[in-house]
Design a protein around this ligand. Sequence first.
Ligand code: FAD
Length: 391
Amino acid sequence: MTDAERVGALVDELLSECDPSNATEFLGRQFDLGLAWVHFPEGRGGLGLEPNLQPLVDIPLAEVGAPAPMWLNPIGVGMGAPTLLAYATAEQLDRLLRPLFTAEEPWCQLFSEPGAGSDVAGLSTRAVRDGDEWVVNGQKVWTSVGHLARWGLLLARTDPDLPKHKGLTYFVVDMHAPGVDVRPLIQMTGDSEFNEVYFTDARVPDANRLGAVGEGWKVALTTLMNERVAIGGIVPPRGGGVIDGVLHAWRRYGYDDPAVRDELVHWWVQAEVLRLTNIRALQTRTAGTPGPDGSIGKMISAELNKKVWSFTMNLMGMDATLYPEGYRMGHAPQEDLQHRGPQLQFLRSLANSIEGGTTEIMHNILGERVLGLPGDVRVDKDIPWSQVRRS
Ligand SMILES: Cc1cc2nc3c(=O)[nH]c(=O)nc-3n(C[C@H](O)[C@H](O)[C@H](O)COP(=O)(O)OP(=O)(O)OC[C@H]3O[C@@H](n4cnc5c(N)ncnc54)[C@H](O)[C@@H]3O)c2cc1C
């Protein structure tokens, strides 16, 4: 039996045994059969196979409407799991991986701060060792689904006297622990997807550290590289995803203007090129953690989404100014936006070129790490973080 046949047989077994409408049970069985991430080791949600076999699981499960862990626990599945696989101890993996995949324990990412977004290595949140624990103080911001999360991926400064990349350590934080205060922020869509998170003498056991003390930047890069692919590497069916939305609008608003049709075809072709690029990236990826080329999909999808939804608003004319479902102020979406109106998707798409690293930062990564161009100016890279001037 080939690897592909083995995966196919296990998918059949999963579908014959479990009812997709019971998400927790279905995803638990998917994990136990090794179909969560086929490239993970056996017993850890995988089968130890090549990652490019994962579509043999994902496509048939999507076709029967099986629960999508990526929507239920996007940060856990997209970024937490690969980071855990690379750096967690056996005990941490035993405790954390399965409920992450079943979405019984949602995750959030605690990197960005008011003074550190693109320059995340410049962050200020401090973790100070106290016996078997670390005492954390500081403020994070833009923390998506922080109010729903059980666990947070925290990057904190443990040695301010080292240069900024060297004094960081990475932790898994219990979001329900005393001293962790999550406050929602409302976005222009009316939703409240992200939060600010305050740490006031919050205690994190050293057993929750990922990687060595001072090695946090290395661990964070694994998270960030996976984040870009989780955001930009999605492979919808041909004609699906963002382009499906504009096609709906085009049919409904009945434009037969050749110039509009020409623009529509232009965006359809762009979406198809991105889709094929992402398929190629998936098939050529032999290691679990993507490289800097993951920034291509992130950057192109962000700009494409914004342009396609903007074009859709033009097609809709005055209807684009209506917000039919109303502002669901403070509601926290943890859902596929495809089911919501194009107006909301237009507003939400404006965040695409900011979240997960801005388009400008993607340009820098691609320029430096893929094309080998001269680096950005970095005047604070080699001096102790404590001596860097900041406001
Ligand atoms: C919807 C959404 C969800 C998010 N979720 C999370 C989350 O869950 N967890 C988390 O930690 N963060 C999250 N973020 C934060 C996101 O990662 C940051 O907003 C992003 O990295 C930019 O940081 P900043 O907002 O501080 O902007 P800044 O870094 O201050 O950038 C401001 C502008 O300057 C440009 N710029 C900065 N440095 C350079 C440079 N070197 N070269 C060229 N241009 C540059 C930027 O491109 C941008 O246009 C989220 C953001 C959004 C919008």
